[in-house]
Design a protein around this ligand. Structure first.
Ligand SMILES: [Zn+2]
Length: 195
């Protein structure tokens, strides 16, 4: 391993002290035939791998408005976001995005297409946002949302958005909207550095 290897500057964060197979204390080392530091049990040989997590969400559009939710949870409490959250086991990215929208805004939506795929390697995440039509103005925000509301395209609260994956996704939507063509945008964000 050298300094250009992602594992050098993005070592997996330590999430457990003890082996979930045998209960012995874990050590931080590179297992045989591997090239990265892992949480390794030297007693039973179990390797506790960590892998990136997926965040799935919706860009909910109603005519000339985008639906946003104000976060009732940390991080970024009180900031506005597109409805999104961590993917659950046993669901597709699209199903997860629809579920998160239902939980956070309560709006009924019809998904159109995958709109952004954003790699965020500095926090070990990949974010997927689906473009969707909102089927009516009725909202029913859940406990993770302070309030949900529709914003005209020239009234987006840019300074109060929660995440760069959200603001860049909305920027792409505004860029594509005049043409009415919404290709999938795939890009990476490095949260260690400002734009
Ligand atoms: Zn063990």
């Amino acid at each position: 391993m050298n300094q250009t290897d992602p594992a050098f500057y993005h070592p997996a964060p330590r999430t457990q002290q003890f082996c979930s197979q045998c209960g012995h204390r874990l050590s931080r080392e590179t297992p045989p035939d591997d090239n990265r530091i892992r949480d390794l049990c030297t007693h039973c040989g179990a390797v506790h791998y960590q892998n990136p997590r997926n965040v799935v969400g919706i860009v909910p559009v109603l005519q000339d408005q985008i639906l946003l939710c104000r976060r009732a949870i940390e991080p970024r409490y009180g900031k506005w976001t597109l409805p999104a959250g961590f993917m659950e086991l046993g669901e597709t990215t699209e199903q997860g995005a629809i579920r998160e929208n239902h939980e956070e805004s309560g709006a009924r939506v019809q998904v159109r297409s995958l709109f952004t795929v954003v790699d965020v390697p500095s926090v070990n995440q990949v974010h997927f946002f689906y473009l969707a039509d909102v089927l009516g103005p009725h909202l029913a925000p859940g406990p993770e949302t302070l309030e949900a509301g529709f914003f005209k395209l020239d009234e987006i609260p840019w300074n109060d958005l929660a995440f760069r994956t959200v603001s860049t996704t909305i920027e792409h939507y505004l860029e594509d909207r005049p043409q009415g063509v919404f290709p999938t945008h795939h890009y990476a964000i490095d949260l260690r550095f400002p734009d």
